[in-house]
Design a protein around this ligand. Structure first.
Ligand code: SF4
Length: 408
């Protein structure tokens, strides 16, 4: 194949039980799946369709929507149908808290339209009602043949379980720290709920677990433990990761370490958007995380040097931006005609210091002239210098070379 770095998952991937979520395989040896969540009011059908469509078009392979009340549950089939009318068939995941059992029972069309139910064992029911409400949701999942994610979150942890574990811990010969008990409660809550669902008749191949916290080190510790103690498919996400670069860095650090250890079958990067900000950023970050780690490929990578005093202008940055935009525009057509094109690497470098070396590591690279250099730009293809561009139309000529490379 022309693009020689076809990516795969981590070599030491944990063997989880694969789950089919509306036609998207999660776990086992399936590629790590990217998912996201809307922040529209689900009862607002038009707004939710628009956001789900944007997320799906950005590359989200599953999209979760909150189902918090009757109006939202009634909207779900309309959203699914509205998306289908636009040719979008991304599986929808319903996010249920407190009254999921009631909403699913009262809205069979919603239960049918969703591809997966996410339930939170910390609020599925309290005391005497817990078991019957949990069982009601699992019964619905069995009836409609839907998978369920047991989504534990330390912000809404099962308080009865936590109290019970704290009591036990106080009598233990070697007690855990308070944080250790909290971690244990999260892991036990997830696995015990999943095991209970299996007892009730839901196959293990219809169950995923997540256990989200907002602290990077705690998240890593919880998931390592979870991965060791069960073989259910795992959904990864750092909850409340935060805004801007903080959220991106925290999520990437936590998820990157777990993925490198072979843990995680699907990921969501939970970013707090700026007011009016781009919701699809969480999808792009998730894709970039997986691609930068070499586990999946979504879009050809354009690498550019950071620039320094050796560059006389921002020409190379502008070229890098232009090439990225050009690839984005051409990609849908290229993907159809040239499978594997998404693994291509293009380097745009500011001068000869690292230009030729970096360009040789890419499929195609160009090194623009730095301060005091000859006004020429050598182009490297498959590690070899093939030509030198000069003059005012370097960008246009380089785009043609990239297009020709893709087509050959
Ligand atoms: Fe500076 Fe050249 Fe290195 Fe780019 S490649 S950062 S211009 S020395």
């Amino acid at each position: 194949d022309a693009f020689h770095r076809i990516t795969s998952g981590p070599a030491n991937r944990r063997r989880s039980i694969p789950v089919d979520v509306g036609g998207v395989r999660v776990g086992g040896d399936a590629p790590i799946v990217v998912q996201s969540m809307t922040n529209t009011d689900t009862a607002d059908v038009a707004a939710t369709i628009a956001q789900v469509a944007a997320l799906a078009e950005a590359g989200s392979e599953l999209v979760r929507i909150t189902v918090d009340r009757d109006e939202a549950a009634a909207a779900v089939p309309k959203i699914r149908d509205g998306l289908a009318a636009r040719g979008i068939h991304v599986p929808l995941v319903g996010d249920f808290h407190y009254i999921g059992h009631k909403l699913l029972a009262d809205h069979p069309a919603c239960a049918e339209a969703l591809a997966k139910y996410r339930i939170n064992p910390g609020n599925v029911g309290f005391k005497a009602k817990r078991d019957t409400q949990f069982a009601a949701i699992i019964d619905t999942a069995i009836r409609y043949d839907k998978p369920v994610r047991i989504g534990v979150n330390w912000g809404s942890l099962d308080q009865e379980l936590l109290t019970h574990l704290m009591d036990e811990n106080s009598r233990a010969a070697v007690p855990l720290t308070a944080m250790g008990v909290l971690r244990e409660a999260m892991v036990v809550s997830g696995i015990a709920s999943a095991d209970r669902a299996v007892e009730l008749g839901l196959p293990a191949s219809r169950i995923l677990i997540s256990a989200k916290v907002s602290d990077v080190q705690e998240l890593i510790a919880v998931y390592r433990d979870l991965a060791r103690r069960c073989d259910y498919a795992l959904h990864l996400g750092l909850t409340e990761a935060g805004m801007g670069s903080k959220g991106i860095v925290a999520s990437s650090a936590a998820l990157g370490i777990l993925l490198q250890e072979g843990i995680g079958d699907t990921i969501r990067i939970s970013l707090t958007p700026e007011p009016g900000g781009d919701r699809t950023l969480e999808v792009k970050v998730a894709q970039e995380l997986l691609q930068t780690m070499g586990f999946r490929a979504f879009l050809p990578v354009v690498s550019a040097c950071p620039g320094c005093g050796r560059t006389t202008s921002t020409v190379f940055q502008e070229l890098a931006k232009e090439i990225q935009a050009f690839i984005g525009e051409e990609l849908p057509k290229w993907k159809a005609d040239y499978p594997g094109v998404e693994t291509m690497k293009v380097a745009v470098m500011g001068c000869i210091v690292n230009g030729p070396g970096e360009s040789k590591h890419a499929d195609i690279g160009i090194s623009l002239p730095g301060t005091g250099e000859q006004p020429s730009a050598p182009v490297f293809i498959d590690g070899e210098k093939r030509m030198t561009l000069r003059g005012a139309n370097i960008a246009g000529e380089f785009k043609t070379i990239v297009a020709e490379y893709v087509a050959t």
